[in-house]
Write a protein that binds this ligand. Structure first.
Ligand code: ATP
Length: 577
């Protein structure tokens, strides 16, 4: 497959936002792809060269991309830079400057997808001394052979700014449509994706033989998409929904998916990034376990022995960064509360009921050390659930997780298999996770920090758009505000994100990359915000304040518009029973 065909489709995708139309365009492209190409093609659409747990990051900064554009176009760096200042998008700059070159340059040879993909892998894998020069040289070579349109997407890709607005569900639909003309394979594809988190691999296998994806099994070192919880606002609602259920303590720590096979141990974050180096103490403890092969999940958090209280997620991670991992491990020893086991000594447990998996959690972690089972109780009545909740609250925990005893592990899905009830529910405070899309400069007392807050969006999964829900200016300390501003400065863009729907302006737009948790008192309707707009008014958070940066979430995983709508309805439901 030629890369020019891919670039032409990317160009088409930029002008549309409807999922159905996107699916059809992608399906047509996928039909042209051979089994060898499909995996690479899908990675490129996702803006990656490998699944996240492999930790292969392209790692080209603007300055280096700029140098490569200068070398390939024959224009000076200053000229490229001044063009970029006007265009606000280095991809556009590369396209236009190469356009001018193209009229005078010799014929370039057409690149195929394989060539572009392996070039990207080489760029991504280069490390150590001299690697930046190597990356620039390789990118220049690719640009030398690229048409102006191809250059636009190559540059955006290496900068991590492809932003085609195509979500994973659309890609899965398109793979099915390409093969069968309809979405009949969608569910099977999705299941396979959820248990290996590698869509390129799933599509490759599917192209070899559609039956292969039905045989997908959970395997060590191929992390699964984490199961997610729904929320309800009262103990009675939970019991009405599930009947008798298992109730666990809900710990506000760092979710770890732990894999072990023989001596090899890997720990993955909620985003499925490899975090093994960050938690040597946890890895050591897993090494000592009897089980030879295991995949389990738990929540890691630091324990303050003196006060007999847990540190929050934020404090846990902060300590590790600031004081170094070894020192932090001694001073603030971690505990991991195991809450699920997904694979044990060759057996895939994801289809077993939670009742059976919970028994295995207790059996496997019965020796209480660094890792121990999460607090658990079987309950049938709302009053019992409320007792567990009060116990959690009095230990300084976030709340409880109620779990359906008959449910399998719902990888990658937000289902009522797990229902969370947090400390704040039923009272006036709740939280959302939103992505920062822009920021404001400070005025008055805040002018000194040059930071006056952020504009936050949620994700509308039906339309694929980002919709604003709050302007947040409080919650962080001065030091945290300065850090946040510095981070955001590096992702400034001239224009708002392509898929952002907004009614209010900011001082600076940024790439939609950083996720923050925002607490609020109530959801209201306002013409300022665009979340779920009806009759000119969208949902808006009242008294929003930043709780923390959610480094463990990607921009694709923020709260959705329909969840905000549910929360709006929930707040009008009866009190905490
Ligand atoms: P979500 O993960 O649902 O998108 P979130 O990341 O904001 O939302 P919460 O809404 O607080 O997290 O609840 C889900 C998280 O709770 C899980 O991802 C997990 O990290 C954590 N957790 C803590 N204790 C448990 C437990 N006993 N069982 C399952 N998850 C738990």
């Amino acid at each position: 497959m030629l890369f020019s065909e891919v670039a032409a489709v990317f160009d088409q995708l930029e002008d549309i936002s409807g999922r159905l139309e996107m699916t059809d365009i992608l399906a047509e492209l996928f039909q042209q792809a051979e089994a060898d190409d499909i995996g690479k093609l899908i990675y490129l659409i996702q803006g990656i060269v490998a699944p996240p747990y492999e930790g292969i990051d392209i790692g080209i900064g603007e300055r280096f991309a700029l140098e490569a554009i200068a070398a390939a176009s024959g224009y000076s760096k200053a000229r490229v830079e001044s063009h970029y200042k006007k265009s606000g998008d280095l991809g556009d700059t590369a396209e236009e400057l190469l356009q001018k070159r193209a009229q005078t340059a010799l014929l370039t040879s057409e690149m195929d997808l394989e060539h572009v993909y392996s070039g990207m892998v080489k760029i991504a894998k280069a490390s150590g001394p001299g690697s930046q020069e190597y990356k620039i040289k390789h990118l220049t070579e690719l640009l030398n052979n690229a048409s102006p349109l191809e250059a636009r997407f190559l540059v955006r890709f290496v900068l991590g700014r492809l932003r085609l607005g195509v979500g994973d569900p659309t890609i899965l639909d398109a793979v099915s449509v390409a093969h069968a003309g309809d979405k009949s394979f969608r569910e099977k594809l999705e299941r396979a994706y959820n248990i290996c988190a590698d869509m390129g691999h799933v599509a490759e296998e599917f192209y070899k033989d559609p039956e292969l994806i039905e045989k997908f099994k959970v395997q060590p070192f191929r992390p699964l998409m984490p199961a997610l919880a729904e929320r309800l606002s009262t103990p009675s609602e939970i019991i009405d929904k599930t009947g008798k259920c298992g109730v666990e303590m809900k710990y506000d720590g760092f979710r770890l998916q732990c894999h072990k096979k023989g001596d090899r141990i890997r720990l993955y974050s909620r985003k499925l990034e490899d975090m093994t180096r960050m938690f040597p103490d946890v890895a050591g403890s897993i090494r000592e376990m009897e089980a030879k092969e295991i995949i389990f999940e738990g929540e890691a958090l630091a324990f303050n022995e003196e006060k007999k209280r847990f540190f929050s997620f934020q404090q846990t991670m902060h300590r590790r960064r600031k004081h170094g991992i070894d020192k932090a491990s001694q001073e603030f020893p971690l505990k991991v509360f195991a809450f699920d086991v997904l694979y044990l000594d060759g057996k895939d447990l994801t289809q077993k009921s939670y009742r059976e998996r919970r028994k295995l959690v207790e059996k496997t972690f019965r020796k209480k050390g660094l890792i121990q089972p999460s607090g658990f109780r079987l309950v049938s009545r709302p009053e019992e659930l409320k007792q567990m909740f009060d116990k959690a609250a009095s230990s300084g925990l976030e709340g409880i997780m109620a779990k359906d005893l008959d449910a399998p592990y719902t990888a990658g899905k937000r289902k009522f298999a797990w229902i969370k009830l947090k400390k704040s529910y039923g009272k006036s405070v709740d939280t959302i996770d939103g992505v920062i899309v822009g920021y404001y400069l400070g005025h008055g007392a805040r002018a000194e920090f040059e930071f006056g807050g952020v504009l936050v969006s949620v994700y509308n999964s039906d339309s694929g758009t980002l919709e604003t829900v709050a302007k947040v200016a409080t919650g962080f300390t001065e030091e945290e505000m300065v850090d946040l501003r510095k981070m955001l400065e590096k992702t400034k863009t001239k224009n708002p994100a392509d898929n952002l729907v907004f009614n209010i302006e900011v001082d600076y737009w940024v790439e939609p990359r950083y996720v923050i948790e925002v607490a609020f008192d109530e959801i209201t309707k306002s013409s300022m915000h665009t979340c779920g707009t009806r009759h000119g008014k969208g949902y808006a958070l009242r008294f929003p304040r930043i709780v923390k940066l959610r480094e463990d979430k990607t921009a694709r995983e923020v709260t959705t518009t329909s969840e905000v709508a549910d929360m709006y309805r929930l707040q009008h439901s009866s009190g905490f029973r």
